[in-house]
Design a binder for this molecule. Structure first.
Ligand code: HEC
Length: 136
């Protein structure tokens, strides 16, 4: 289970680097620059699935990773937003790593996939309401 956490944090580092690299003036396609996840699905695959699994059904082992699939707690967008921005116990805060736009995308994605059907849109402004003051 530890390796899963490590994977997530290694990815976290790669993402932070990717964000830095994106601002550099580098040639486009064909370069070695890592891809910065943009859509909710890309953010999920890059960051969240290391713990919550590709099918979002979570995992039980040395740690407990709750299922996001069919999860009624996602009915209110604020719940996953707060979780991602602030973290809780084994769930790291991603406020320094993901932009409000990326958080809005991934929250929209998990709320409309994996058996969840909460279609109301999630915006950057919704995310910023719950971002820790230090990251604004
Ligand atoms: C390093 C592992 C890890 C990563 C990466 C991770 N999570 Fe979590 N997540 C957890 C753990 C552990 C919990 C349970 C926290 C608790 O309540 O103690 C959790 C809880 C949650 C919950 C609340 C579920 C519930 O039923 O209460 C949501 C929503 C969530 N995560 C979404 C995400 C999203 C979206 C991402 C990607 C941006 C993500 N997580 C990335 C470990 C992770």
């Amino acid at each position: 289970m530890t390796h899963r956490l490590l994977n997530a944090f290694t990815l976290a580092g790669a993402l932070a680097l990717a964000a830095t690299a994106a601002s550099a003036d580098e040639p486009g396609p064909g370069g070695t620059r890592p891809v910065v996840p943009k859509t909710g699905e890309e953010v999920y695959r890059t960051v969240c699935q290391a713990c919550h699994m590709a099918d979002a059904k979570g995992a039980q082992g040395a740690g407990a990773f709750p299922a996001l699939a069919g999860n009624p707690r996602l009915a209110a967008a604020a719940y996953p937003i707060v979780m991602i921005e602030r973290g809780k116990a084994g769930m790291p805060s991603f406020s320094d790593m993901l932009t409000p736009a990326q958080v809005a995308e991934v929250v929209g994605y998990i709320r409309t996939h994996f058996g969840n059907a909460y279609a109301d849109p999630v915006t950057e402004a919704d995310v910023l309401k719950f971002a820790p003051k230090t990251s604004r």
